[in-house]
Design a protein around this ligand. Structure first.
Ligand code: E4P
Length: 221
């Protein structure tokens, strides 16, 4: 399973990339807006830091605008994946950009039907938003299971990019289903790293070593 970070925050991107955890990045206009500043600088920097796929989203809602924006976003790097919304124009843009060799991530997927159509239009990724479904009382993870079954039935090459993840259990469940990618807010990745028994265990190791050192002042590792 690939891990993407769902953020435009450069500090978080560098932090987790330095640990070797990141296979890619997803951004959206809200995440860009949260960081402020000139988004062009942010996009240029992210595509430089990250070797894997970086999803950058179009803002136009009609076909020709999406095509223009998709082509120009691609100038940030060969690792740019153009993110288009799950709309008729978005699917048309997906088909055209894919035919030009530009990979596409179809975003705002909330049903298996939408995922099937995005795959048929040639998307490299579909992004089902599971947390937002959970928020309205629907089972987001059930959607991932359903899409996984359908894509496997027909050997679709489109990858399932689980989005709108809210907590570490979402990640484990997505991995058990066999989703291709999870995109995580930095806070979720931080939580995945931690376990109280790790902290207690490390503290005890160091205390025991100090005891040994007090008996043998000259020892070194
Ligand atoms: C995915 O690409 C989106 O950026 C993201 O996962 C949306 O998550 P949210 O529902 O937390 O805004």
């Amino acid at each position: 399973m690939k891990i993407f970070l769902d953020t435009a925050n450069l500090e978080s991107i560098r932090k987790f990339n330095d640990m070797g955890l990141l296979d890619g990045i997803t951004t959206n206009p809200s995440l860009m807006s949260k960081e402020g500043g000139n988004p062009k600088d942010g996009m240029a920097e992210i595509t430089k830091i990250i070797k894997g796929d970086v999803s950058l989203e179009v803002l136009s809602t009609e076909y020709s605008g999406m095509l223009d924006e998709g082509r120009s976003l691609r100038n940030y790097g060969d690792n740019v994946v153009v993110k288009v919304p799950m709309t008729p124009d978005g699917l048309k843009a997906c088909k055209s950009l894919t035919a030009e060799g530009i990979p596409v991530n179809v975003t705002l997927i909330f049903s298996s039907n939408q995922a099937i159509l995005a795959a048929k239009a040639g998307a490299k990724y579909v992004s089902p938003f599971i947390g937002r479904l959970d928020d309205i009382g629907q089972d987001g993870m059930h959607l991932i299971q359903e899409i996984k079954t359908i894509f496997s039935n027909y050997n679709f090459k489109t990858q399932i990019l689980v989005a709108s993840i809210r907590h570490p259990l979402h990640v484990v469940d997505a991995a058990k289903i066999g989703a291709d990618v999870v995109t995580l807010p930095p806070a979720v990745l931080d939580k995945m790293l931690k376990h109280p028994l790790t902290d207690i265990g490390l503290k005890n190791f160091l205390t025991d070593w100090e005891k040994l050192k007090s008996e043998n002042p000259d020892i070194k590792v």
